[in-house]
Write a protein that binds this ligand. Structure first.
Ligand code: FES
Ligand code: FES
Length: 123
């Protein structure tokens, strides 16, 4: 049912945790199931230097969280904003149709964290 990549990211999730002095934090909830994802960013010179996540959710949500952190790390803010939920699911080799909604959190949480960073910059 799940691809090897999904299982790998579920069993060995990358970049789990918090960044205490994060430059941006984003949290989103999935209306379909109530799961929650939180992403922390460290941004320097417009580049995502560090990224960590905490996800209260299913295996697919954890795998997509892990994958989005790997995809975003080292990217510019503009590039990270281009990352879509679909791209994250595709990078995992796809998700079962019933679990596609689980990928809706990953890029949304990343974008929310970038938005938070940008709001703080404008203060
Ligand atoms: Fe939340 Fe899947 S419904 S774990
Ligand atoms: Fe809730 Fe997967 S069932 S995100």
């Amino acid at each position: 049912m799940y691809t090897e990549k999904v299982m790998d990211h579920f069993e060995n999730p990358r970049n789990v945790g918090e960044i205490p002095d994060a430059d941006g934090v984003g949290q989103v909830g999935n209306p379909t199931c109530g799961d929650i994802m939180k992403i922390y960013l460290k941004i320097d010179d417009g580049i995502i230097k560090d990224i960590k996540f905490k996800t209260f959710g299913c295996g697919a949500a954890i795998a997509t969280s892990s994958m989005v952190t790997e995809m975003a790390k080292g990217k510019t803010i503009a590039e990270a904003l281009q990352l879509s939920n679909k791209a994250v699911a595709e990078a995992l080799g796809g998700l079962p149709p019933k679990k596609m909604h689980c990928s809706n959190l990953a890029a949304d949480a990343l974008h929310a964290a970038i938005q938070d960073y940008q709001n703080k910059q404008n203060k």
